[in-house]
Design a protein. Sequence first.
Length: 377
Amino acid sequence: MVLTQRGTIRLLAIVLAGLACLMLAATARANTITVPATGSTVAIQNAVDAAAPGDTIVVSPGTYSGPTIHVQTSNLTITGSAASIIDAKGNTYGITVGKKLAFEPGPACPALEVSNFKISGLTVENAADTGIFLFSVDKFQVVGGNYLNNAEYGIFPRCSRDGLISGNSGGGGNDATIYVGEDERTTVENNGLTNGEFGIELENTDNSVVRNNLATTNTSGIFVIVLPGLPKSATETALIEGNNVNKNNRPNPFPPVTCTSPGTPPGCQEFFDDKQLLPSGTGILNVGGHKVTIRNNNVTNNNTVGVGVVENPFGFGSSNETRVTNNLIQQNGKSPDPRTQGSGDIVYLDNPANGSCISGNVFKTSFFPFGEPPACS
């Protein structure tokens, strides 16, 4: 077919008009649903149930209590100010995102069935376990919110990927305020985390970035670990940079293990939770994570350890290829928790020939009982 110039222009106009109609139709389908300040989470749930992919739910200021809010729709945004408060008292979770909330047999992560979820703002508080729990979510954002006094976790993505957790504040729980577990490619940045067991924890997760956060007055500021009984058997490739990690001296509420063997000596404290092993006063600690880079952080005034690298006690071996470079690590280790095996600005309780390296840091005290790793090249 041969087109004249006029025919070409006419065809182009038809194509552009068709694209414009498609864009207008897509825009028309994206609605904003405003939740009035009814005081009940049922109103928020009703908005979630009525929403279509692409919609935004705006939660009016006020305190909302009632059942847990469940999100199972993709391409959904929930937004509100800090004065839009979800009081989750009496519920395990404040908000859940995902169609399944538990591992499949194996254990294994279920398929990713919810995608492109965003929550911006809001305060979620007082849950019996977790403020917001995202399970098997593909592409998520949790930004600009407050997650306070949830008994265990504030923000907890699990079996999820390509996530951003940014600009939040929170604390007050007996586990991690931000807990990244069994995930891939999650960035945690610009958050302020106080008065929790951990500010941030990376557990059996891959390709994480922890950047420009403030972690203070926790038991441990930033914690990397591998735990048993989970779908992933390693924590691989994490970048921890530009964080301020100071005064993480909150007492550990979990009692230390005192039994040398079960029931011995009589009346001793047996092991029941990995958190029993955690010394209070810990800045940044890697317990078995591989290819973890810790650089350009300010780590100060933590009573036991500034930066620690430890062989994993649960059978996952050495913290291979950990790089500790160009950090300011000072005034740490001055009042160590008795449950620690070493204290100081830098503590390395691992094989120094495991591919790890330490260089360019500003520090005064160190503990290298098995030898000092080489300088980084």
